[in-house]
Design a protein around this ligand. Structure first.
Ligand code: ZN
Length: 247
C-alpha cells in the first residue's frame, strides 16, 4: 500500500494545493492525516473540504488546534496568537466543517498491524516528541513498529535499534528513509502549512509499505498569497511573517 501522509496543514490552502498537485503524479492508494487541519492560517473551510474530498480512503485524527477550534478544549495551554487564530477559526467554520473537526478521533490510531498515527505522541496526543528521551517513552508506551506523528512541524525520524535511539533529521528537496525490518520508527512528515525547520517549503510524505520506504518531499507554494489571506482576515501579523522564514 502507498500512503500519502499529511500533517499540520494549518488552514494554509495555497500550501495544501501545491502538495496535492505534487502528490498527484506520484500515485498513492490511501491518505493519512495527522491532525491540525486548522489554526494559524486563513483558509480553514477550504482545507477541511479538500481533505474531505480526497478520492483515496482517508484516515484522519485531530490535533490540538482542531480541538480548540472545535470547542472541545478551551485553549488554556495556547499562547495569545494561537488562541486568537483558534477563535477566529471557530467563527469561520461552516456547520459541516465544524462537525467534521468535532468528530475527528484522538490518536493514536492503528492504521494496520504495526502502523500507527498520532498527532503529538502515542502516549498523549498533545505531547511534543522532540528528544530521544521523549521518543524512548513513546516507544515504551506503544508497541507499533512504525508510528507517524506531527505537532513539532520538524521532519525527522527517531529510530530504535538494539544499540539505542538515533534521531535522523530529514532535509532537502527529497529525503528517503528506508524502514529496516528489525528497527522501530517514529517518523514526522513535517508540516504542510507552517514548516518550522527553516525551510519554508510545504512538507509531506509518501510511504510505500511494500518497498518499506518513506519519502519526504518539499514543495514550493505561493507564500505571498497565504500571507495576504492572513493579513486580510485580520489574524495576528506574526502568522504571515513567519511563513517565508520557515519558522
Ligand atoms: Zn501544528
Amino acid at each position: 500500500m502507498r500512503y500519502l501522509i499529511l500533517s499540520d496543514l494549518h488552514a494554509n490552502w495555497e500550501a495544501l494545493a501545491a502538495v496535492l498537485r505534487d502528490a498527484e503524479g506520484r500515485s498513492y492508494e490511501a491518505v493519512l492525516v495527522l491532525g491540525d487541519l486548522v489554526g494559524y492560517g486563513a483558509s480553514p473551510n477550504q482545507v477541511i473540504e479538500a481533505v474531505r474530498g480526497l478520492a483515496a480512503p482517508l484516515q484522519a485524527i485531530r490535533g490540538n488546534h482542531d480541538k480548540v477550534a472545535a470547542g472541545l478544549d478551551d485553549g488554556g495551554s495556547f499562547n495569545a496568537t494561537a488562541l486568537a487564530a483558534a477563535r477566529w477559526t471557530a467563527g469561520e467554520l461552516s456547520a459541516a466543517n465544524l462537525r467534521y473537526l468535532q468528530e475527528l478521533p484522538a490518536g493514536p490510531l492503528e492504521v494496520t498491524a504495526g502502523l500507527t498515527i498520532c498527532h503529538g505522541s502515542p502516549r498523549d496526543e498533545d505531547a511534543y516528541l522532540l528528544s530521544t528521551g521523549e521518543a524512548w517513552e513513546a516507544f515504551e508506551a506503544h508497541p507499533a513498529a512504525l508510528t507517524f506523528f506531527g505537532h513539532t512541524h520538524v521532519p525527522s525520524a527517531f529510530i530504535l535499534r538494539d544499540e539505542g535511539i538515533d534521531l535522523e533529521v530529514l532535509q532537502g528537496d527529497e529525503a528517503v528513509l528506508d524502514v529496516e525490518p528489525g528497527a522501530r520508527y517514529l517518523v514526522n512528515p513535517g508540516s504542510v502549512g507552517q514548516p518550522r525547520d527553516r525551510d519554508p517549503r510545504a512538507a509531506y510524505m509518501l510511504y510505500d509499505d511494500e518497498r518499506r520506504q518513506a519519502v519526504l518531499r518539499r514543495v514550493e507554494y505561493p507564500v505571498d498569497e497565504a500571507q495576504e489571506r492572513i493579513v486580510d482576515a485580520g489574524l495576528p501579523m506574526i502568522l504571515a511573517e513567519r511563513l517565508p522564514l520557515g519558522f
